[in-house]
Ligand binder design. Structure first.
Ligand SMILES: Cc1cc2nc3c(=O)[nH]c(=O)nc-3n(C[C@H](O)[C@H](O)[C@H](O)COP(=O)(O)OP(=O)(O)OC[C@H]3O[C@@H](n4cnc5c(N)ncnc54)[C@H](O)[C@@H]3O)c2cc1C
Length: 417
């Protein structure tokens, strides 16, 4: 049974030294056989498990995670959420996710600290302004809230920003998605884990998948560092290692894996009311509830599986930020980290069944998959349960790399996110 969280419970536990809380999910031992196994205990994997159990009645399933749940990109990202992508296919999946974010805390009875504080995408020249205005119109046609602000309105919405005309990269306007924002990454993973575990899903940590077993072109199980598990369905949700897992089943993907870094400043009083992103200077920034500025940029140029990244990228990131916010120049940086992101040629994800029966892949979200977490899990669960992608997932199968029907989102995928 899932324990309920409420203000009363919090108050009572506060008086009792917080000794009455039970673990939020079961740390399960692997069983010999499951109806489906999800590889990867990030946000997407946990969401997939939850929706498989809650909407498709598949409860004899497991999530296997090589480290601890939420220790991958889920725990490393800067949590920017928006749905203002250019093409209809992307708009549909990211808006599906945004609608699920709205109300997810109530559905899962867990405070995911969702903050719809608004996301600004800045324009620094006429060409960029034209492109952003086109995106606003495309968004509106898809029913997505989106507006264009001039420089004065940008300043009103985000007071610390420098809009002076003699700035290195003058700001002449921006798009604003008011429903966009940020949330708390750990809380999202824990919320899904808790809800999935309560429905019977086994969450198996410290269990690395080392091979995928097939017979006559169909999945029969997986080899892990904690033994063999038999299963007819394997669903990979392993951002950063999608192609590594795919190769275990003999599937090749057009994915490149790059480090992506972020860093935070020392905490300061609330100064940034929104998320600000600039493609041209290549930096973005928001402020966490603890007061730290959360700063990110683009990917490191080289391919790598190390969760670090180079100093030159951070240097560029900071100098780009200071073009927009010169007053941050005296802040000290507190910590830096990196994750590995799987990037597809068209900057769109892969949600697909494969030539190997029972082997499904959800990956290639690149630098911007956090915002899709609930939507991605929702449509992927549908694919795994029904063996066919639904209307939202259909444009993102791997067939598009043969047919040429790419969903080329490099522009709206923006500065990394
Ligand atoms: C620095 C940074 C900033 C970002 N900022 C944003 C942002 O602001 N907004 C946004 O939308 N997106 C952002 N992203 C991208 C986003 O984090 C990812 O797209 C998203 O989290 C991917 O979700 P996931 O659950 O698939 O990944 P993960 O959380 O990485 O989950 C995959 C899991 O698979 C596990 N795994 C891998 N191999 C194996 C194996 N062999 N056996 C078992 N388990 C395995 C890993 O340990 C990992 O826990 C950012 C990414 C980074 C790195």
């Amino acid at each position: 049974m899932r324990q309920k969280y409420s203000a009363f419970r919090l108050f009572r536990e506060g008086l009792r030294g917080h000794k009455g809380w039970k673990p939020a999910w079961r740390d399960a031992e692997p069983k010999d056989r499951y109806d489906a196994v999800i590889i990867g205990g990030g946000g997407h994997g946990m969401a997939t498990a939850y929706y498989l159990a809650s909407e498709h009645g598949m409860t004899n399933i497991a999530v296997v995670e090589k480290g601890w749940i939420g220790g991958g990109n889920a725990g490393r990202n800067t949590t920017i959420i928006r749905s203002n992508y250019l093409f209809d296919e992307s708009a549909a999946i990211y808006e599906h996710a945004l609608k699920l974010w709205e109300g997810l805390d109530r559905k899962l009875n867990f405070n995911i600290m969702m903050s719809h504080r608004g996301v600004l995408n800045l324009a620094h020249d006429d060409g960029e302004a034209r492109m952003l205005k086109r995106r606003v119109e495309a968004n509106r046609l898809n029913g997505i809230d989106s507006e264009y602000l001039d420089a004065k309105q940008v300043k009103e919405f985000c007071p610390p920003i420098d809009i002076s005309p003699d700035a290195r990269f003058p700001i002449i306007g921006a798009t604003l998605q008011r429903r966009g924002g940020v949330n708390r990454h750990d809380a999202v993973v824990w919320a899904y884990a808790r809800a999935a575990s309560a429905l019977g899903v086994d969450i198996i940590q410290n269990c690395e998948v080392t091979d995928i077993k097939t017979e006559a072109g169909a999945v029969t199980g997986i080899e892990t560092t904690r033994g063999t598990i038999r299963t007819p369905r394997v669903a990979s949700v392993t951002a950063g290692h999608t192609s590594v897992i795919a190769r275990m089943a003999g599937v090749r993907l057009p994915i490149e894996s790059h480090p992506l870094q972020a860093l935070v400043s020392e905490p300061i009083k609330p100064v940034m009311p929104c998320v600000t992103m600039s493609n041209a200077v290549h930096a973005y920034c928001s402020q966490s509830d603890k007061g730290e500025l959360v700063i990110g940029a683009g990917i490191d140029a080289y391919l790598s599986y190390t969760q670090r990244g180079g100093m030159d990228t951070i240097e560029h990131q900071i100098s780009a930020l200071l073009c927009m916010f010169p007053q941050f120049s005296r802040l000290r940086m507190l910590r830096q980290w990196g994750g590995i992101v799987d990037v597809c040629p068209d900057a769109s994800p892969i949600i697909t069944k494969t030539p190997v029966k029972g082997f499904y892949i959800n990956g290639g979200w690149g630098t911007g998959g956090w915002k899709a977490t609930p939507g991605s899990g929702h449509v992927f669960a549908d694919l795994v349960a029904n063996d066919e992608p639904n209307e939202i997932a259909a444009p993102f199968t791997m067939e598009r790399f043969y047919s040429g029907a790419l969903v080329a989102e490099h522009g709206a995928a923006a500065v990394a996110h």
